[in-house]
Design a protein around this ligand. Structure first.
Ligand code: MLC
Ligand code: AMP
Length: 507
């Protein structure tokens, strides 16, 4: 199905029917769509150095300013490049070097703000800070005309994600791609303007950006940003004000543990309150069947599991009405074609395992500045996900793992083991290193590193290696355990045998 997409998220948000409704909220305030658009309009003016097609990066914590900056960028028909607040300078500078933003917007209250300001200026980018008095005054601004930019074909969003090789790549989506991703989900999951989602996810990946935030704004619904601490999440889920919650399996496991450790009256309050939710969704990593069952026991809700990827948005989903089958990710979403193919790209019969391929208006347009990578990611117009799967009874898909053992999913984040190894090879005490992901109760997979010490006077401890990594890599890319060994298991050609590295941790 190829639905013609004629509108964009910014045009949708300007729908006069939404004007007085709450768009965003946090634990102290809320902002209407009119107020949000007013702030976005002010940002559009403020971002004047940037022109259509320029990249504008922004390091702003999830919340009202973050969203206003994003909408201001789009009002200039520029490309939004969200930066992760948890990332150390080396990761942020990689994005600056790769995306080459014209402007970088920075929240000065964040820990990396001054270093990022210096890095951006050193690269010739203009810098702006939030919040500023003129932005607060802008609440009174009137939104711009409805037919203002951007157009559906304009590039909209550049999100950085790890691939099998090298440093993270920018995945570029147009407004049309995003609109297709959003409309598939709003239709499938029954979003309405009466919804209010509790948002605790990061805003540098599609789960938080598209599934949670953009779907809410498209629908005229409210998006409430709240702290991720499990007890706070429970209190809000049980408040009677929230209708929707989405997260990764690690978070559901933490919520279950918090509930189990709570006193009986608190448990009863949380369970009774959460029963009133409309929908709870899990994704970004496999949802264990026992987590689904336990969540159902506690809240009465069967978690809706879906499958997606930065490059495609969401492709498969269990149904809103109908069977949500444990261990399965459901059926293709509206507008998405999904198939399983063998190594030569031929579709395989139901029940047989193969690679998952997707064709849809949702699929991204390019890896930023990497035409060869973009070409390699497609076969005959189908996007090759790199995931293995099969189709079961009733057409329900199952995910059976990754084709590359060097891609690890930890707590919902994708990590390239090779990227982590490359970073650690720069450590003076490390001669060689091999990183693997091992099954883990809380994280799904957890990163471990087997390493060979160089000839140094003092061998660093695992804690020291972890601290060193956190200064250079996103926190979720830093291995949780380090194991020193005299050599790494390697094959005849010198290639490290990762299966044996895994076994080293089992001993
Ligand atoms: C934090 N740590 C992690 C980690 N997150 N380690 C491994 N994997 C992770 N995901 C580290 C911290 O640095 C810390 O180290 C220690 O683990 C404990 O941290 P914490 O405070 O308990 O973690 P927290 O900040 O609460 O974060 C946990 C989390 C977070 C689960 C909330 O990881 C998260 O937001 N995950 C969601 C990611 C996401 O949105 N993925 C979607 C990608 S898009 P120390 O040493 O300080 O103790 C996609 C497509 C799709 O996948 O289908 O959706
Ligand atoms: P990312 O590149 O961070 O967008 O992560 C996308 C990857 O997350 C997919 O390629 C899958 O490997 C994984 N993923 C997403 N949802 C699920 C799910 N429900 N079950 C298993 N894996 C998933």
């Amino acid at each position: 199905m190829t639905t013609a997409i004629r509108t964009t998220l910014p045009a949708r948000i300007a729908d006069p029917a939404f004007a007085r409704r709450t768009a965003l909220a946090d634990d102290v305030s809320q902002w209407s769509y009119t107020e949000l658009l007013g702030e976005a309009t002010a940002w559009r003016e403020r971002l004047a150095p940037a022109e259509a097609g320029d990249r504008i990066a922004y390091l702003v914590a999830p919340g009202r300013h973050h969203v206003a900056v994003q909408l201001g960028i789009w009002a200039r028909a520029a490309i939004a490049v969200p930066l992760a607040v948890s990332h150390p300078p080396r990761e942020l500078e990689h994005v600056l070097d790769d995306a080459r933003p014209r402007v970088v917007v920075i929240d000065p209250a964040l820990p990396r703000a001054s270093r990022l300001t210096a890095s951006a200026r050193a690269r010739g980018a203009a810098t702006l800070t939030v919040p500023q008095p003129w932005v607060r005054a802008a609440r009174r601004h009137r939104p711009g005309p409805r037919r203002a930019p951007p157009r559906p074909a304009d590039p909209a969003l550049l999100v950085y994600t790890s691939g099998t090789t090298g440093r993270p790549r920018g995945v570029l989506a147009t407004h049309r791609n995003l609109a297709a991703q959003i409309t598939a989900l709003t239709a499938a999951w029954g979003w309405t303007a009466e919804d209010r989602i509790l948002h605790t996810l990061p805003l540098h990946h599609v789960h938080g950006l598209v599934n949670a935030l953009a779907c809410a704004l498209w629908s005229g619904a409210a998006c409430e940003f709240g702290p991720g601490a499990p007890a706070s999440v429970w209190d809000r889920l049980a408040s009677g004000e929230i209708t929707l919650f989405m997260s990764v399996p690690t978070v559901y496991k933490r919520l279950i543990r918090e509930w189990e450790e709570a006193p009986e009256p608190t448990r009863r309050r949380w369970s009774r309150g959460a029963a009133g939710l409309r929908l709870t969704v899990s994704g970004s990593a496999p949802l264990p069947a026992d987590t689904l069952e336990r969540w159902r026991g506690i809240t009465g809700h069967t978690l809706l599991e879906r499958y997606g990827m930065t490059e495609i948005g969401m492709a498969l989903s269990n149904p809103l009405a109908g069977e949500r089958r444990p261990g399965h990710v459901g059926l293709p979403l509206p507008g998405a074609e999904v198939r399983i193919v063998d190594d030569s790209g031929r579709p395989v019969p139901p029940g047989r395992q193969g690679e998952i391929e997707v064709r849809s208006p949702q699929v991204f347009c390019e890896y930023w500045g990497r035409p060869d990578d973009t070409a390699a990611a497609f076969r005959d117009g189908w996007f090759r996900t790199g995931d293995e799967g099969c189709v079961g009874e009733g057409g329900y898909f199952r995910i059976l793992g990754r084709r590359s053992a060097d891609i690890v999913k930890t707590g919902g984040y994708k990590v390239s083991a090779l990227e982590v190894e490359e970073a650690y090879r720069a450590h003076p005490a490390v001669r060689d290193v091999a990183v693997v992901g091992l099954p883990h109760r809380e994280w799904g997979e957890q990163l471990r590193a087997a390493w060979v010490p160089a000839d140094v006077p003092r061998v660093p401890s695992g804690a020291e290696l972890r601290a060193w990594g956190k200064e250079r890599l996103a926190p979720y890319k830093v291995p949780h355990r380090f194991l020193a060994a005299p050599a790494l298991p390697a094959g005849a050609m010198g290639k490290v045998r990762k299966a044996e590295v895994r076994r080293m941790f089992a001993r």
